[in-house]
Structures are given as structure tokens and as C-alpha cells.
Write a protein that binds this ligand. Structure first.
Ligand SMILES: *Cc1c(COP(=O)(O)O)cnc(C)c1O
Length: 406
């Protein structure tokens, strides 16, 4: 006799997982190495202000990316703001809407105007042809985002920026350890900014880094992360406090030590998901290049509701009921969040691909905190939820409080 599967949690069964399984659970390297570094910092009583661990962290970033100037900062958002100011921008900056809100907020925070550009439905990144159409006399820069670690048309955007005399910045928050056409991310445009937030592939608890190839720019940026100081009593420029501290660098160095292992785990997990979901109609994994370096941190699926008969949001609600806290990055798009939504309520019409992707994509848990049995369970749940779509939809119609906000 066939054993009948347990009822889905959204239909009244017990959740498959006994604890929430999250996207972005931190990867933690060797604890003894971490606490050793923290002890050393405490013994030195040198806890911040360009300490030896921060200096070592910056050196290691340079070795990995091949970029000459690496400036560790307290987080990527502050790093982007410091970078934008360091480039002396004015007027408009072309940005994607399909990104984490910090990309766009960093532009607005400086009093610049973000101009939203649509993305390519296949790469999920800025569409260079559309970027070029949005350039006006007020445009001073383009800010690309290497979404999921996949290069954001960096060579095409470099050519466009050069042709129009614009600065080019990349929010590389997703892309540490990745390459594009054989060149490491970090080395494109005027500068790039990595995030080392706890939920990112390599983490410093909170942290980031600005990478650039221009020595004069690097010198300006380095001063500006420390109030513009060049000596004990000497301030030569406007600045802010964007410094990374020693504990964050201790975490970052420990994370870098584990980097190859984390990539291998992420990559193996990604393939387990791919095999587990293979042949399931309407569910497609967003692929990574097998020739470029990738960190494989994001497991991204595209849900085609026409085929599955169940919307991405309803699938997500059913997964949450099972305690699988999958995500819908970057719904609904930055343009549909405040303050941008009120500034231009119609802008969504110019961003059709952003709208479609934000309703189709789903991100699944990855990293060293999840094991193959849990991945197998996640894939099995997705299959069962889709197979029972009519019951799931009926249940959500009866209990709208179980559904996700639209
Ligand atoms: C995480 C993230 C940021 C912000 O990074 P913080 O280090 O948390 O400030 C910016 N942009 C993107 C695309 C991100 O994913």
C-alpha cells in the first residue's frame, strides 16, 4: 500500500520543519579562529581606527579581486553613499528598480535623483540599451547592480559611460568572489561596493568595502570614511564615520578563510535543488555561468503561474506555513516603495520587466546552515503544494490572513 503524504500545513497539517528555515542564515567559519582574532584585538586594545585586522582584511580583498585599492567600511549602504559623494555627482543617477532598496536610497540620501531603468528578463540586470535611452543632460552616473552575483553587463555599461562622459558605479553587494568574462567583480567601472552583511555570502556581521583602481579617488575616499582626518588635529575635507571595526574584520577574515568551502556547499546545494525540482513544469532555476566564478549564494526560481496554476505568492504562503521562509526578492520593486511610489505613481508602466520578475521569482534557503535532507524536503514541498494547488487556492480564499500582501 502506498503511504499517503502528510497533509500540507496550509491545509491544516503540521509544518514539515520544526524551526523556521531562512534565506540568508549566516555562514560562520572556524569559531576558534574567530575568537582567537577577537582575543588578539582585545589584548592589543586596538578595536577600530584602521586596526591590523582591518588592514589584513583589505589586503585579502585585494588579493582575491586583483584590485589595488580596497577600503573596508561599516556597511555597503554607507559605502555607496561615501562613494557617490567622492565622485562629486550631481543631478540624476540611472539605477535599476529591481534591487534591494539600499541601492536607490543611497542615491536619494545624497540629494541626487534616482532614474529607474528596466531590467533584462533573462539576466535580471540593467538593460544597457534602455540605460542609454534614459541619459539626459542632467545624468551624472549609472549605478548597476550585479544581481545574484551575475555581472551586470559591465563591459557594455563601461562603453556607454565612456561615450557619454558618465561615472559608473556598481552595487556589488551580491557579487563578492564572482567574475564576469574572466575579470573579477570589483574591478569594473569607477568603483564597486561589496556588502559583508551577516546575510551575505562572506560576512563581517555588518560591513562592506569600496574597491577602485584610481589612486587619487581611493585617497579621497579613505579620508572621507574617517571625518576627513589626515593627522591628529588635521582635517582636510568633509568626511563621515564609515570605518570598519576590528571585530567585524575578525569575522570577515574568518569568513574569507572559509570562502572556498562555502562556495562548494552553495554550489552543491544549488545542484540538489536543480535535481530536486527537475521536470516540474512551470518551475525553472535561474542558471549561473559554469565558466565564470560564482558564489552560488542565491537559489533563484522562476514560477510561471500559467503552467503551475498557482501564483508565486500562493506558493510562498504555503511554504511559510511549512516554516520554509523563502523570499520574493525584490518585490514589489523599489519604484513601488516610498518615497519613490508617491513621487511618480505611474513609473511602473515604464518598468514592465521589473514588474513581471517581481511577481515570478522566488529565493530558497542556501548556505552552510542547510543540509541535503532539508533541501530534499523543500523540493518535495514545492511539488506537493503545486500538485494540490486547487485545495491551496481554496484555503487561501477562505483565509486571506494566510496569504502574502500583494
Ligand atoms: C545587502 C544589500 C545592500 C546593503 O548592504 P549593507 O551592507 O547591509 O548596507 C545593498 N544592495 C544590495 C543589492 C544588497 O543586497
Amino acid at each position: 500500500m502506498l503511504s499517503r503524504p502528510a497533509p500540507l500545513a496550509i491545509l491544516g497539517g503540521a509544518p514539515r520543519f520544526s524551526q523556521n528555515v531562512y534565506v540568508g542564515t549566516p555562514n560562520i567559519g572556524d569559531r576558534a579562529a574567530l575568537t582567537g582574532r577577537i582575543d588578539d584585538a582585545l589584548n592589543r586594545r586596538w578595536l577600530t581606527n584602521n586596526g591590523p585586522l582591518v588592514q589584513e582584511f583589505e589586503r585579502r580583498l585585494g588579493e582575491i579581486t586583483g584590485v589595488e585599492h580596497c577600503i573596508a567600511v561599516c556597511n555597503a549602504t554607507t559605502g555607496l553613499e561615501i562613494a557617490l559623494r567622492g565622485l562629486d555627482l550631481t543631478g540624476e543617477v540611472i539605477v535599476p528598480s529591481f534591487t534591494f532598496i539600499a541601492t536607490v536610497h543611497s542615491v536619494s540620501w545624497l540629494g541626487l535623483t534616482p532614474v529607474f531603468c528596466d531590467v533584462d528578463p533573462v539576466t535580471h540586470n540593467l538593460d544597457p540599451a534602455q540605460v542609454e535611452k534614459l541619459i539626459t543632460p542632467r545624468t551624472s552616473a549609472i549605478m548597476g547592480v550585479h544581481l545574484w552575483g551575475r555581472g551586470c553587463a559591465p563591459t557594455e555599461l563601461e562603453a556607454i559611460a565612456k561615450k557619454h562622459g558618465l561615472k559608473l558605479i556598481f552595487d556589488a553587494a551580491h557579487a563578492f568572489g564572482c567574475s564576469h568574462d574572466g575579470r573579477m567583480i570589483g574591478s569594473f567601472g569607477d568603483l564597486e561596493v561589496f556588502s559583508f552583511h551577516a546575510t551575505k555570502f562572506v560576512n563581517c556581521l555588518e560591513g562592506g568595502a569600496i574597491l577602485c583602481r584610481d589612486a587619487a579617488l581611493a585617497d579621497r575616499l579613505r579620508k572621507s570614511i574617517n571625518f576627513g582626518f589626515t593627522g591628529y588635529d588635521k582635517v582636510v575635507s568633509l568626511g563621515i564615520n564609515g570605518k570598519m571595526n576590528e571585530f567585524s574584520a575578525a569575522m570577515g577574515l574568518t569568513s574569507l578563510d572559509a570562502m572556498d568551502k562555502i562556495v562548494a556547499t552553495n554550489r552543491a546545494n544549488w545542484h540538489l535543488y536543480r535535481d530536486g525540482l527537475a521536470g516540474l513544469p512551470g518551475v525553472a532555476m535561474t542558471p549561473y555561468s559554469e565558466t565564470d566564478r560564482q558564489n552560488w549564494h542565491y537559489v533563484v526560481c522562476e514560477i510561471d503561474e500559467e503552467i503551475t496554476g498557482l501564483s508565486r505568492d500562493d506558493l510562498l504562503a504555503a511554504l511559510w506555513a511549512e516554516r520554509v521562509i523563502a523570499r520574493r526578492y525584490f518585490f514589489p520593486g523599489c519604484h513601488a516603495m516610498e518615497p519613490y511610489r508617491s513621487l511618480d505613481p505611474d513609473i511602473g508602466k515604464a518598468l514592465p520587466e521589473t514588474g513581471k520578475l517581481s511577481r515570478k521569482l522566488l529565493q530558497l534557503p542556501n548556505g552552510t546552515a542547510i543540509d541535503s535532507a532539508a533541501i530534499h524536503q523543500c523540493c518535495d514541498l514545492i511539488r506537493q503544494i503545486i500538485a494540490q494547488r486547487d485545495a491551496v487556492k481554496a484555503r487561501l480564499a477562505e483565509h486571506p490572513e494566510l496569504a502574502l500582501a500583494r
